[in-house]
Design a protein around this ligand. Structure first.
Ligand code: GLU
Length: 470
């Protein structure tokens, strides 16, 4: 059997991390089984669907690297004729019927049922009366009266729902447009989806969808319903817990690989392993290992993973992401002489996010405006100008501008001036970075380059002399 999975988001908001986890599990399962993974945009709710959300989904998938096998994303709105065809087929085969019960009538029914402590449901009034079509008729599916639907859910186990618990759901609205349960069924059937992997908020829809699939004589897919993701307070993860949209994690400086690694462990495990390369995720992923219980989103763990990936990834893989963050600060890193790979190596130990790394790296690209007041007060003292001028002099003729040599030079200057290394390195650091925090000074200078180093040393000498002259 060819495994075909799908991710079927409705474009009614940003791509939530819960959705991203669903996408990841579906993607992993398809990859693992050598199958196909389809992206299907369920945009039939014209009022709530927006182009912006479609873009957020596409951007989120691309940023995470979750590629899909359909050449173009599939948009349900482009397939109305096909849904119509199936609706007509269901009516003709006696599996669906027109219903003209008015809103008021249905509301009264609902109130009565509630008053009698019954489950509100359609009473089947139009089911056997052969109503003909009008602009007021919806189409309802004839749910079997007898029997039960058994779902061997790959995550939740056996689920049994008696058909008498279900009512005749609307599959086409009065304007002829198909409803969610109908479009999902038609597409799952036409796309030959073998495994429907989705959030457990859809469990109630599954028996209804199976009934429709049965009426169409379609092969049933397997189902795997993924448990919810909760915030730290036990409520369903939402905006008030912090970032929940995939693109917000990008904006806040996470690496896609770190987010994927975080998401894969949300409800799935492989022994005690915490760090997974994509290849390992694919090799080890099994639906049987997905936990049926809800999992809690832990920002600190994600931050820890992000730092891990910043520390251990190939700088070449980090560079495009840091470049993106630098661009947010107005820096076009591609057209600058700074060696971004060396910069990453120098900065990654002290940065947990790319936002931190970008912010801490601005002085490599741009002249800073002012010195950090506190740091300058402490390090720029009487005589510091002499130290910096001496450094400037010995740096000037250097032609191989590299860290080790610079280190030796700084040490020599300190010795010559009979100063501790710190008394030279700290004013030097503030002179070139504007702040007292940077990677080791020799590496900082090497990345900064000779020209900027000398210019900034001169600037600092002038600054100190002006200050001490007052
Ligand atoms: N479009 C549905 C949603 O975004 C998902 C449908 C499905 O996976 O079957 O919740």
């Amino acid at each position: 059997m060819t495994v075909i999975t799908r991710f079927a988001p409705s474009p009614t908001g940003y791509l939530h991390v819960g959705g991203a986890r669903t996408a990841l599990f579906s993607w992993l399962y398809a990859k693992k089984k050598g199958g196909k993974f389809i992206l299907r945009i369920e945009d039939t709710d014209l009022e709530r669907s927006t182009q912006e959300s479609v873009q957020a989904i596409l951007d989120g998938m691309a940023w995470l690297g979750l590629d899909y096998d359909n050449p173009q994303p599939f948009f349900q709105t482009a397939h109305f004729p096909r849904y119509k065809e199936i609706i007509v087929q269901l009516i003709e085969n006696g599996h669906a019927y027109y219903c003209d019960c008015s809103k008021e009538e249905l509301e009264t029914l609902r109130e009565q049922q509630m008053a009698n402590k019954e489950k509100p449901r359609y009473n089947g009034k139009c089911r056997e009366v052969n109503k003909s079509v009008s602009d007021k008729t919806v189409v309802r599916f004839k749910t079997p009266i007898e029997g039960a639907i058994h779902i061997g859910d790959l995550v939740k186990g056996e689920i049994v729902v008696a058909n008498k618990e279900l009512d005749d759901l609307v599959i086409a609205r009065a304007d002829g447009s198909p409803t969610y349960n109908l479009t999902v069924v038609v597409d799952d059937m036409d796309m030959q989806i073998s495994h429907v992997i989705r959030g457990d908020d859809h469990i109630n829809n599954t028996p209804r969808q199976i009934n429709i699939l049965n009426a169409l004589d379609a092969k049933l897919p397997e189902y795997a319903h993924l448990p919810m993701i909760l915030g730290s307070d036990g409520a369903r993860l939402s905006k008030r817990h912090g970032a929940v949209s995939v693109m917000q994690f990008r904006d806040e400086g996470y690496l896609p690989q770190a987010l994927l690694n975080y998401l894969v462990r949300l409800g799935w495990s492989h022994g005690d392993q915490e760090i997974f390369s994509i290849d390992e995720m694919i090799a080890y992923f099994e639906l049987a290992d997905v936990n049926g219980a809800a999992s809690t989103f832990n920002m600190e763990k994600l931050l820890w993973l992000n730092h891990h990936y910043l520390m251990h990834s190939d700088p070449n893989d980090i560079a495009p992401h840091l470049t993106w963050h630098l661009a947010q600060l107005g820096i076009d890193a591609k057209n600058e002489s700074v060696d971004i790979l060396e910069l990453i190596k120098a900065q990654r130990e002290r940065c947990k996010t790319l936002v931190e790394m970008a912010n801490a790296s601005v002085y490599f690209y741009r002249e800073f405006e002012d010195y950090d007041e506190k740091a300058a007060k402490k390090a720029f003292v009487d005589g510091s100008d002499v130290v910096l001028a001496a450094l400037c002099e010995v740096f000037s003729p250097v032609s191989t501008w590299e860290a080790q040599l610079l280190h030796t030079i700084i040490k020599d200057v300190a010795e010559k001036l009979e100063l501790g290394l710190g008394k030279v390195a700290q004013p030097l650091r503030i002179a070139v970075c504007g702040t007292g925090v940077s990677p080791s000074i020799d590496i900082t200078l090497a990345i900064l380059g000779k020209e900027k180093t000398l210019a900034r040393l001169q600037r600092a000498v002038t600054f100190i002399q002006a200050k001490t002259a007052v």
